[in-house]
Design a protein around this ligand. Structure first.
Ligand SMILES: [Fe+2]
Ligand SMILES: [Fe+2]
Length: 188
């Protein structure tokens, strides 16, 4: 499926606001992919489609996921919004013809994942630094990215974990696992 066709589908599945976010993440994926000599088309498609499952109502997400054959853990049952990443992976592979690698990047975009490949790292950073989110540390993340992509990914893990601590909110163990993996194997 080409980018135009994906765009039409995303538009029907998301609110105007989230569609705009998806377009902004696509632009960021493009910028980062160019910087790192990664395939721009692939990065853009993944950016555009990453939140494809976000607006499935939260009260339907657990059942939706189980119908896709996804094993839903306890943290996801209590925080079903997390499931939009795994459901998204399922939808993009089965409905948009994405590769496994592209699907896995979408699966990893919220919590991170062990053995994150370059595409997954690009999307993870793009989702946190898209212009419309207006985070104050975008320039700082870009500086880290220029030094080394793994430093930018680690910084975002740390910020995500600190945010959950501040909110006294649950943290998905995959984030800790992914961060531990990066600390051990990353180029930091
Ligand atoms: Fe998301
Ligand atoms: Fe997003």
């Amino acid at each position: 499926m080409n980018l135009e066709e994906i765009d039409q589908i995303i538009k029907t599945k998301l609110s105007e606001k989230r569609y705009f976010h998806s377009r902004c993440v696509m632009e960021r994926c493009e910028e980062i992919a160019k910087q790192l000599n990664f395939d721009v088309e692939i990065a853009k498609k993944v950016g555009l489609a990453h939140d494809i499952a976000k607006e499935i109502p939260n009260e339907q997400k657990v059942e939706y996921a189980e119908n896709c054959g996804i094993i839903v853990d306890e943290i996801e049952k209590e925080n079903p919004t997390l499931l939009h990443a795994k459901i998204g992976e399922y939808i993009v592979i089965n409905e948009l013809g994405f590769t496994k690698e592209m699907g896995r990047a979408i699966r990893a975009h919220t919590t991170g994942i062990e053995n994150m490949d370059l595409l997954a790292k690009i999307l993870f950073i793009a989702d946190r630094t898209s212009k419309e989110r207006g985070f104050e540390d975008i320039d700082y993340i870009n500086d880290l990215l220029k030094e080394n992509i793994d430093k930018a990914v680690l910084y975002i893990f740390d910020k995500k974990i600190m945010l959950q601590i501040e909110k006294k909110a649950q943290m998905h163990p995959e984030t800790i696992t992914a961060r531990n993996w990066l600390l051990k194997n990353g180029n930091l």
